[in-house]
Design a protein around this ligand. Structure first.
Ligand code: UFG
Length: 340
């Protein structure tokens, strides 16, 4: 049984991925400093899978202790690197924290992997690297140009991609898969793990479910005067469990398939763009709960519309995000009900 190290494995996407890895037969070691997650997530993972993953409460910036994890688990064959700070607004307020955390963690990781002869890394990137694609690049595929980042957070994703490419150039036995996520939403169907937003949510879905639960009075829809069919912004919302499964496919491919490129990039999205108002209607239909919302002005820095061309992941990874929207939205609501 191959062992995979998952940094940030108690976080939102990380925990769902750990579940899928275990269910696919992998052994998992989680490294997480719990800076934006809760230790109880481990129980949820165990309840779903029947297996408690090995857990190391270590900060990836702490070279000595991070390195010691690799000493303790000499059978690690691949790493999935989720651990990062991820709030766009916070990154504008605290750029140094973002550059230190997000760049330093990856540099430490690649260095330690090289020393321990661990040759496979899957990296969590984001569709934020595309910025607002030009009309001829929508839906956006992996060959679309990256745009200047709008936030330090977005910039760290671009620089991290570059660090991986530069290291792969220098270290020919390093294999990397860069996964560019679109907008992950929803929770595990068991409602035992899900997203745990810190304070007032920035992202749409946690705000929707908290409003439905009465924790927030009103959802604000940021703008209805965009150049889109209903005037609200369009995103590619992807079910977090589908997203998690793509990581298993990426690891399977790295461990078992020959003839890969040394660094491969995949968009992970559904290929379907949905507006904010469509999400609201979809949520009301899926759950039967009416949402209190109002249209307000645009949010600074928002991209008007972006959705994925996911053909490469479909064809090369043999993966497709195919969970119906109502099931996804219902899972988010069931998780919220469990939390509140
Ligand atoms: N929105 C609202 N009201 C809210 C929250 C969001 O109308 O209360 C709208 C936004 O204006 C946007 C859409 O819902 O049109 C999605 O917003 P999110 O904040 O959920 O997601 P973003 O697409 O802005 O950002 C997400 C991630 C970032 C990542 C980015 C990549 O949060 O980490 O996708 O494009 F960088």
């Amino acid at each position: 049984m191959s062992r995979i190290l998952v940094t940030g494995g108690t976080g939102y996407i990380g925990s769902h991925t750990v579940v899928e890895l275990i269910q696919a037969g992998y052994q998992v070691t989680i490294v997480d400093n719990l800076s934006n997650s809760n230790i109880d997530v481990l129980q949820g993972i165990e309840q779903i899978t029947g297996v408690k993953p090995d857990f190391e409460n270590v900060d990836c910036l702490d070279y000595k202790n991070f390195n010691a994890v690799f000493d303790r688990f000499p059978d690690i064959e691949g790493v999935i690197h989720f651990a990062a700070s991820k709030a766009v607004g916070e990154s504008v307020e605290k750029p140094l924290m973002y550059y230190r955390n997000n760049l330093g963690s990856l540099v430490n990781l690649l260095d330690i992997m090289n020393q321990h002869k661990v040759k496979n890394i899957v990296f969590s990137s984001s569709c934020t690297v595309y910025g607002q694609p030009d009309a001829e690049h929508l839906p956006v595929d992996e060959t679309a140009p990256r745009k200047t980042a709008l936030s330090p957070y977005g910039n760290t994703k671009q620089i991290n991609e570059d660090i991986i490419c530069d290291q792969a150039h220098a270290q020919k036995d390093l294999n990397a898969v860069i996964l560019r996520y679109f907008n992950p939403i929803g929770a595990h169907p068991s409602a035992l793990i899900g997203e745990l937003p810190n304070g007032v949510p920035n992202n749409l879905l946690p705000f929707v479910t908290q409003t439905a639960a009465g924790i927030r009075e009103k959802l604000r829809v940021f703008g209805n005067d965009y150049n889109t069919p209903d005037g609200s912004c369009i995103r590619d919302y992807i079910y977090v469990v589908d997203l998690a499964k793509a990581h298993v496919k990426a690891i399977d491919r790295m461990l078992n398939e020959n003839g890969r490129d040394q660094v491969e990039v995949f968009n992970l999205g559904t290929g379907r763009g949905l507006s904010v108002l469509e999400i609201i209607r979809g949520f009301e239909q899926a759950t039967g709960v009416k949402l209190n919302y109002e249209i307000v002005g645009r949010r600074e820095g928002d991209i008007e519309q972006v959705w994925a061309k996911a053909d490469k992941a479909n064809n090369v990874l043999g993966w497709k995000a195919d969970t119906p929207l109502d099931a996804i939205l219902l899972s988010a609501w069931q998780w919220q009900q469990r939390l509140s």
